[in-house]
Design a protein around this ligand. Structure first.
Ligand SMILES: Cc1cc2nc3c(=O)[nH]c(=O)nc-3n(C[C@H](O)[C@H](O)[C@H](O)COP(=O)(O)OP(=O)(O)OC[C@H]3O[C@@H](n4cnc5c(N)ncnc54)[C@H](O)[C@@H]3O)c2cc1C
Length: 481
């Protein structure tokens, strides 16, 4: 490792290499803070060329490697593996080109999601996928996890917006798959790469499609004395073939946390749920759609229905939603964010089931979710120093997921599989499907050095190259199985 560090230092310079134990601490986990593994070193290239030369040296040393954006992932995707190194895109933050006429942008993978959108505002364009973590998460991380966000209800998740990639593979070879103006010629390798969670290589540059910012936007806040009614309202809006651009629900505990924090948005404390509905487009359609939605909301006995008066009020209402996870820090030291998609007609049933599962285990649950997509986020509050509570949290997380799958839902709404859901993949997929995934993965990375132990259950991908992170092994209090 010492020789590798010396060689990497010659490529990236002292500011591009982290080896001191204290400076490695922040890289030990992503947002799934239960799992922690210290990397041997972290390398921070600034360009594709530096990334390629670094990857070639890492290949020569034969050690495992984990790509990292901002580390906001919630499934352990960017958690290091034992004896491995991390390649971070934190110094790759340049917006390389914005083409207003043809509506695309080419950026380095470490560009923060919100910075891309902000840079387009003056030209009335935007990058549509907007994870709630957009103030921190990177475009490269969004690509690797095929991330969603409130507006993906209307615009689709990341995969719909990626036009091209530059990828550094496991040997340090550069693949240029950028075709901003046309659908891909030949095999759609870009489509294959999106959602591969760092197992196929490291994206160093991303070409994204930009969409026109709508001329008219309205945001409605509906307040309920009952979470069921908020869920039913969402099902009804969709049943009526109305097309808002976002439908988001926050429950009582989340509202209280938000309102006591810097993200306070004016949601009424004491309400059981608020539903945020955004409609965008041109008038008079926007006004017409909003009027129909208001009618449905009132039928579900909303306590209060308020339309934001201006851009500032809209911004505040959204800031509360997007800051909700951060605000939960006021409620408990740690938060386990579950993620599953369910048929929208079953929202009420599954929100109740999640609440029951947590109640039985004496756990506090807060809900804040992309209701329009049926994408639930039951957030379980806990303290990681309490081993028994950790055990109950993990059990509840698994049961919630299995209940959602049984109800016709899927394994992950938007956060990916990582380590967290790896062992549930065969609850959802057949062995033949998983074996096919392993074959594709082996084509990209035959030695399985790229983010090993993630995404596909280990028994389907053969021998482990590196031990599973200690915190997940069966004999620890945190062990899931
Ligand atoms: C408060 C909060 C709110 C969130 N809200 C949402 C939401 O609304 N929607 C949503 O989808 N997710 C959400 N997330 C999850 C997370 O922010 C997303 O998954 C995000 O895309 C991760 O980006 P990142 O840059 O932090 O990636 P990281 O966490 O660093 O990495 C994520 C995965 O991508 C891989 N990776 C990172 N960069 C690259 C690269 N350049 N090339 C190849 N692989 C790479 C990593 O190896 C890892 O497997 C939220 C998380 C938090 C903490």
């Amino acid at each position: 490792m010492k020789r590798l560090a010396e060689a990497l230092l010659r490529v990236v310079g002292p500011r591009g290499l982290v080896t001191e134990p204290t400076r490695l601490l922040p890289y030990e986990s992503d947002g799934l803070a239960l799992l922690r593994v210290r990397p041997e070193l972290v390398v921070l290239p600034r360009t594709t060329e530096e990334a390629a030369r670094s990857m070639a040296l890492i290949a020569e040393a034969g050690v495992p490697v984990v790509a990292r954006g901002a580390g906001t992932g919630l499934t352990g995707g960017a958690t290091p593996v034992e004896g491995g190194v991390v390649v971070s895109t934190a110094r790759m933050r340049d917006i390389l080109e914005v083409n207003w006429e043809d509506r695309f942008a080419r950026v380095q993978a470490g560009v923060v999601n919100v910075d891309l959108t902000s840079s387009c505002e003056a030209h009335a364009l935007r990058y549509a996928p907007d994870p709630s973590s957009q103030m921190a998460c990177t475009i490269g991380g969004n690509v690797a996890n095929n991330s969603g966000g409130p507006h993906c209800f209307k615009y689709g998740s990341t995969t719909r917006h990626i036009r091209g990639l530059v990828i550094v593979d496991h040997r340090g070879e550069v693949l240029d798959l950028s075709e901003p103006l046309v659908d891909p010629d030949g095999l759609d390798l870009v489509g294959l790469f999106v959602g591969s969670e760092g197992t196929f290589g490291i994206a160093t540059e991303v070409t994204v499609a930009l969409v026109p910012a709508p001329p008219v936007v309205e945001v409605l806040l509906a307040v309920f004395s009952d979470l069921d009614a908020a869920c039913d309202t969402v099902s009804k809006v969709i049943e009526h073939r109305l097309e808002p651009s976002a439908l988001e629900i926050l429950d009582r505990l989340t509202i209280e946390a938000v309102e006591s924090s810097v993200f306070a948005a004016g949601y009424p404390k004491g309400a059981e749920a608020v539903l945020l509905i955004e409609v965008e487009g041109v008038d008079p359609e926007v006004r017409g759609t909003m009027a129909e939605i208001v009618e449905i909301v009132r039928e579900h006995v909303a306590l209060e229905v308020r339309t934001a008066r201006d851009a500032e009020e809209r911004r505040r209402l959204w800031a509360g939603r997007k800051g909700a996870f951060g605000a939960m820090g006021r409620v408990a030291p740690d938060l386990y964010v579950a993620d599953a998609v369910v048929p929208r007609t079953k929202l009420r049933e599954l929100v109740r089931a999640a609440s029951e599962i947590c109640r039985e285990r004496n756990l506090r649950l807060a809900n804040v979710f992309h209701a329009g997509d049926g994408n639930l986020h039951p957030n379980i509050c806990y303290d990681r120093r309490d081993a028994d509570e950790v055990r109950r949290v993990l059990e509840a997380g698994r049961l919630i997921l299995e209940t959602c799958i049984e109800a016709g839902g899927s394994l992950t709404g938007e956060h990916g599989v990582g380590i967290e859901k790896r062992e549930e993949m065969d609850v959802y997929f057949r062995p033949e499907d998983l074996a096919a995934m392993c074959r594709v993965r082996d084509t990209w990375d035959p030695n399985r050095r790229m983010n090993p132990d993630k995404l596909v259950p280990l028994r389907f991908c053969g021998e482990l190259r590196t031990p599973a992170p200690r915190a997940l092994s069966n004999d620890t209090p945190e062990g899931r199985r």
